[in-house]
Design a protein around this ligand. Structure first.
Ligand code: GAP
Length: 517
């Protein structure tokens, strides 16, 4: 099955099992806006908890805040978003479709990369264990030719981005013969900038209402509260402020389901440090964040760092954590060394002194900032893509069929335990309810009595429930149940009194945190 087909199945699965719905679906939907269903909201909350606890529980010097979505409009002038939060757009004149010029070029780069990966995979198959990938990449003419094309394009593209040279971006698209995926034509308009912020009006006065923006990132809410938190929390450098909240961007190319949305959620942490120490902290957070991703056990090879083509004018280092989605390696998280740009800008625009008095140095300065920024929804998609499996299984009567299973880490699974009476009579439903009543204070349980046990197991596999227990007639006699494990499908007979311990052992974040750098 192609990666594209797998992705389509994943999207359908998200809807069928109550994870993600198109927003306003009964009115034919609203582009790039999504709602989370009964299972989706639980998974999302668990992802947020995994992040929040890893920041504010594990780090004594990281605290949280929850700032408002609406902020004074001058904040966005100071941060540079009013003037420079733009995407370079290009339209195809035949299909009338709009694209991001930088994304079209990135996709072209990915094609060269894909060709090299295919050559390597073919050779690996041919030579088996004796295959030396490094030597092959350095000598194979087809790989070398594609590498050269990649290097040339990459250099030209980076320069065009750094110079904000829109004509050059268009020229690259023409020279690379990039065609519109819809019309297939190369009939392009010029590239122009488009601001991504949504604006609205607040209040109504005789002089007119105030134009306010829906925040395009949560970070500015942290910067403008730096002094409040530092003073009231008596925080000493280095320290961090973490926040989870909604952000809004009028994305033009809103594709790939919840990968790029117009309303989404971010988990951001700004770490304030002494000037001159920021690159050490940048490297520390880079490693910490990568280990947070890898601790989930989806395979280390599926993650990589991607250095930015273009450093924002205020940054002195920036890297993305990328995951291998079915549509290729893509950004999940950004780690940026933002220097003292934001705090200095707010100091200038507000006219208020935003500094830290360093008792060791005996002087005040504007702290430097290292930021970690991850999208909740993008992380959600990453977890779903990594967990979705189709497996061939053989039942006891020898029949082979396919089971769809979400191999979610137990810590993130929406429902931890399903409790199923074997039949809907003889006191078994009552016993099942009794078990749930006892365990529901500890974790999310679900009662299920409809259909055969086999069908119920499959339903829970598809939702990603790590444990199912079946209550049968023996349960009434000896207080034991059959517990079935999602991934191995193995079954065990255990005492009801053991259930809490078995499940709790697997769903706590402590095990994941033990792996963090
Ligand atoms: N404060 C820095 C900042 O906002 P960013 O790279 O623009 O940096 C950070 O965004 C993260 O937010 C991204 O890595 C991604 O996970 C998520 N994100 C950004 N735009 C998004 C969108 N339109 N839809 C979903 N997630 C998005």
């Amino acid at each position: 099955m192609s990666q594209e087909d797998i992705f389509k199945k994943l999207v359908a699965h998200c809807k069928e099992y109550g994870y993600v719905f198109q927003s306003s679906e009964i009115y034919d939907g609203l582009g790039a806006v999504y709602d989370y269903g009964q299972n989706g909201v639980e998974l999302k909350n668990n992802i947020k908890k995994y992040w929040w606890d890893s920041m504010v529980l594990l780090h004594e010097n990281v605290v949280g805040i929850d700032s408002a979505i609406f902020m004074h409009p001058i904040i966005w002038k100071a941060s540079g978003h009013v003037d420079a939060f733009n995407d370079p757009l290009i339209d195809n004149k035949d299909s009338k479709k709009r694209y991001r010029a930088d994304v079209l070029i990135e996709e072209q780069l990915a094609k060269f990369e894909e060709k090299m990966i295919k050559e390597v995979a073919k050779a690996q198959k041919r030579f088996g264990d004796s295959f030396d990938e490094k030597q092959f990449r350095e000598t194979n003419p087809r790989v070398l030719a594609n590498q050269q094309k990649w290097d040339d394009l990459h250099e030209r593209f980076s320069k065009a981005l750094n110079d904000s040279n829109l004509e050059e971006l268009k020229q690259i698209i023409i020279d690379q013969e990039i065609a519109c995926p819809i019309s297939g034509s190369r009939n392009w308009t010029d590239v122009r900038q488009f601001n991504l912020m949504f604006a609205t009006e607040m209040g109504s006065t005789a002089d007119g209402a105030l134009k306010v923006y829906l925040r395009p990132e949560t970070a500015q809410g942290i910067f403008v509260n730096y002094l409040n938190v530092q003073k009231t929390g008596r925080m000493k450098l280095p320290f961090g402020i973490a926040q989870i909240g909604k952000a809004f961007r009028n994305e033009i190319v809103a594709r790939q389901f919840i990968f790029r949305m117009r309303e989404f959620e971010q988990m951001e942490m700004q770490f304030f440090v002494k000037p001159g120490t920021e690159l050490d902290w940048f490297n520390k957070w880079k490693e910490t964040r990568m280990s947070w991703h890898r601790a989930l056990g989806f395979g280390d090879d599926n993650y990589r760092f991607h250095e930015h083509e273009k450093l924002a004018h205020y940054a002195n280092a920036a890297v993305d954590v990328e995951y291998k989605f079915p549509f290729g390696f893509k950004e999940v998280e950004g780690i940026h060394s933002r220097t003292d740009f934001d705090l200095s800008q707010h100091q200038e625009f507000s006219g208020k002194k935003i500094q830290y008095f360093d008792p060791e140095e005996g002087k005040s300065y504007v702290p430097f900032v290292v930021e970690t920024s991850i999208g909740v929804d993008r992380m959600f998609l990453q977890v779903m893509a990594a967990s979705y499996c189709e497996e061939e299984v053989t039942s006891s009567n020898g029949k082979v069929d396919t089971r769809v299973v979400l191999k979610l880490p137990a810590q993130l699974a929406p429902i931890k335990l399903a409790v199923m009476p074997l039949v809907k009579k003889d006191g078994l439903p009552e016993k099942a309810r009794e078990i749930i009543d006892d365990l529901k204070f500890d974790f999310k349980c679900q009662y299920d009595e409809k259909d055969s046990i086999g069908k119920r197991y499959r339903r829970m596999d598809a939702i990603g429930t790590p444990f199912c227990v079946t209550v049968d007639h023996q349960t009434l006699e000896d207080q034991t149940v059959t517990i079935r494990f999602r991934d191995s499908m193995e079954q065990d007979r255990v005492a009801i009194s053991e259930l809490k311990g078995i499940v709790s052992d697997q769903i706590g974040f402590k095990k994941l945190f033990a792996n963090l750098a």
